[in-house]
Design a protein. Structure first.
Length: 383
């Protein structure tokens, strides 16, 4: 199956993405609807689990396959992948496991999604200095902005791969290379790009992303990546039977962790969620991230000028392709966009309503590859 086949065959599209039968769903930067095959994978596991031990019907080989699929998506090693659930949890594991202390500083962006702000702010209680990036406009983070904020005491920079309102994609490779030259760790909240745009970890040390946005998976079934060379230095902050050696389920005198990223998986896995995550990733790998990216940028190139013609102001309207995403937020100064958002919702067009620190409100469109031009035109007509 290809992206082109899905968009040219309405019967196939509605079969694979049942939401398309009833709604124009343009809110994948929020919480996605599940594709048919993802729901079926979860349903199949649950059905099997009604007849046997829930873990027995999700064998170790299935874990290996899911880990390998996630690693392939990130171009990482399977031993660097942990399944820990929400993005917030993965980022918190990194924040709490690094052993940062008084005198160290970290750099974050305060106007990122709170999941990538609060875990780092909490380190201030340990005497860690938390520095907030200064940028020219909402979400537009460039290498020079980061470079100006780090010094010899900076231990880590934590950024989102794409801003959740402005839709600006950072250059992970360029920023990561600069940080590594300075021996500074780089942590990425990748939930707004993974599954939609290339999100590889060549120059990233830590990454977290839940499945419920562009990965087209269930909630609380996310991926955590920890570079192999860092695993001995990022200590687990939660402990249980799964990430500490306990032969025969007997507690031992010493805490001995697995030699890979499983050390961050403390207890029983969210098995139904993991079945859905695997199915979502395998769907995206089948289609090809490069093909998905091409289609999303095509949609954006059409939507932005169409919105501008209707006198809306689009955030990052002129951003170059390497920084563009499928997040398109717009507003009209002096206009309350809540009624517009509700009008779309009443017409079964699902978008998101978001705000910035100044209280400005935006309607945010975030179509995925399976949304058709006809659906986008319908949205524009309603506007």
């Amino acid at each position: 199956m290809t992206v082109e086949e899905i968009l040219s065959n309405e019967e196939l599209r509605r079969h694979e993405f049942p939401v398309a039968r009833e709604k124009v769903f343009l809110a994948h930067a929020g919480v996605c609807p599940l594709p048919r095959r993802v729901a079926e994978a979860m349903r199949d596991h649950i059905e099997r689990a009604t007849r046997d031990d829930q873990e027995e019907v999700f064998p170790a080989e299935r874990f290996r396959q899911a880990r390998a699929a996630a690693a392939r998506l990130l171009q990482a090693g399977p031993e660097e992948i942990a399944f820990v659930g929400p993005t917030s949890l993965g980022l918190s594991f990194v924040a709490n496991g690094l052993g940062l202390r008084k005198g160290d500083n970290i750099v974050v962006y305060q106007d990122d999604y709170p999941s990538n702000v609060y875990p780092w702010m909490a380190l201030a209680e340990k005497g860690v200095q938390v520095r907030f990036l200064n940028v020219r406009s909402l979400g537009r983070i460039r290498r020079v902005d980061v470079e100006d904020q780090v010094d010899e005491q900076t231990k880590l920079v934590a950024l989102a791969s794409c801003h959740f309102v402005a839709g600006f994609r950072i250059d992970m490779q360029e920023i990561g290379r600069m940080l590594h030259e300075r021996r500074i760790a780089f942590c990425v909240d990748a939930i707004q790009t993974l599954g939609a745009f290339p999100t590889v970890v060549d120059n990233v040390d830590f990454l977290a992303a839940d499945a419920h946005k562009w990965l087209l998976g269930p909630c609380a079934a996310g991926i955590m990546y920890v570079r192999k060379s860092w695993q001995e230095n990022v200590r687990p902050s939660v402990f249980g039977w799964h990430n500490v050696r306990c032969p025969g389920y007997v507690a031992q005198e010493k805490l001995i962790h697995p030699p890979d990223a499983r050390r961050y998986e403390a207890g029983t896995a969210n098995l139904a969620g993991l079945a859905g995550l695997q199915a979502g990733i395998e769907l995206l790998l089948e289609l090809g991230t490069e093909n998905i990216t091409r289609e999303l940028l095509r949609k954006r190139a059409w939507l932005v000028p169409a919105l501008q013609k209707k006198a809306y102001t689009v955030l990052e309207a002129d951003v170059p392709p390497q920084h563009a995403s499928a997040i398109i937020a717009f507003h009209r100064p002096g206009t309350d966009l809540a009624p517009i958002h509700q009008k779309l919702l009443d017409a079964n067009v699902v978008t998101s309503l978001r705000s910035d620190r100044q209280g400005n409100r935006y309607v945010r469109l975030s179509p995925h590859f399976y949304n058709t031009d006809a659906e986008l035109q319908r949205t524009l007509d309603l506007l």
